[in-house]
Design a binder for this molecule. Sequence first.
Ligand SMILES: Cc1ncc(COP(=O)(O)O)c(C=O)c1O
Length: 441
Amino acid sequence: MASKPTPINADVVSRRIREMGLTDLGSASIREIKKIVDLVEGDTGETFIRMEMGIPGLPALQVGVDAQIQALKDGVAAIYPDIQGIPVLKKEIARFVKLFMDVEVSPEHCVPTVGSMMGGMAAFMTINRMWAERKGTLYLDPGFPVQKQQCKLLGHDYESFDVYEYRGEKLRAKLESYLKTGTISSILYSSPNNPSWICFTEEELRTIGELATQYNVVVIEDLAYFAMDFRQDYSKPGQAPYQPTVAKYTDNYILLISSSKAFSYAGERIGMMVVSDKVWEMRSPDLKRFFSSDQVGHSLIFGAIYGISSGTSHSAQYALAAILKAVNNGEIDFVAIAKEYGEKAKVMKRLFTENGFNIVYDQDLGEPIADGFYFTFAYPGLDGGQLLLELVHYGISAITLGITGSEHTEGLRACTSLIKREQFPLLEERLKRFREDHPIA
Ligand SMILES: Cc1ncc(COP(=O)(O)O)c(C=O)c1O
């Protein structure tokens, strides 16, 4: 602890951490940190610079809200939706995948889920149970911690490695070292990556795709930040460049496309799961241990999704269908709207680096990392847990990279979404004060 009084009362901070039952803030989950900061804000009346949780900072797309209200007025609240999704939505998802990724999928294999979180859960539940002798998922870290939690909840084992040191040509040998063991059922990664914001190149996706085919594993590609690598313009329906995807290089894929960040629709918990024709049709006798069918598509719908939630909110499906229709028809440029995150990241990174911090994941295959929803930072002489604890005393919250599977345990992840531009002077003032109190040797 700094010896001088800190902007946020140190006794309040330590009491709230203790009450949460945590001995080390560095291992706290995103939701635990959110809870502690909510309580400390309430106790002290101070507003934090909140960078811990990826809540969209933009309003939900109005076309979705309007369609959802109309659907409720039309009475859908009383009616169970079909588990596999309403036909109009399935059709628009398939169109979206064609227009923004240049990938052909059958509308039947496009399924709404209760956020991408549920898509991941249903995918693990099904794919990781196809082969009794295999262990589970290989995570290309750093990653979104709760996705490992999902595997743990299901009793699956997993492997992971920090991909930062294995970019480009180094990726093949590293991936193969895991796949060769014959114990991997699925590979999961996000690109753009939460938390590091690295984006896999076409070459890397080709490597992942080729190896997935060769070793017959299923890639679960998490596109939570769809089209948000703002270095490229992925905003034009039906026009290159398209959102890069492993689906170009293998038929062994499931895509998770979240509506939360791209369309600011996090609150209604609706996402899209897109399964390739090949994976949908795959059969495995081992599935029969858990499902009534040996076929993946059937097990996903009538086993996993039925069992988890019996489908996705009826009115939210109408909302997403309306959003996708407008986006697919070129009536709304959702990428232009989301660019605000990148603009804010640029300013925030400058404020941090001007005050003694450094960006941890700062390169994307030799190029400076893009400005987007997240960035990562560290401060000399402190590890991630210490840095987070110290920053909380200065009214700034984030999460440690340690909990994301990163090897860079000295770093923290900052989310750019919730901070308002009007708060930049306050952020700068707090960072300056932090630097004064923590002189760099
Ligand atoms: C990488 C990643 N995957 C999935 C999700 C969850 O998305 P959804 O809100 O659609 O459940 C998030 C949300 O932050 C994420 O960062």
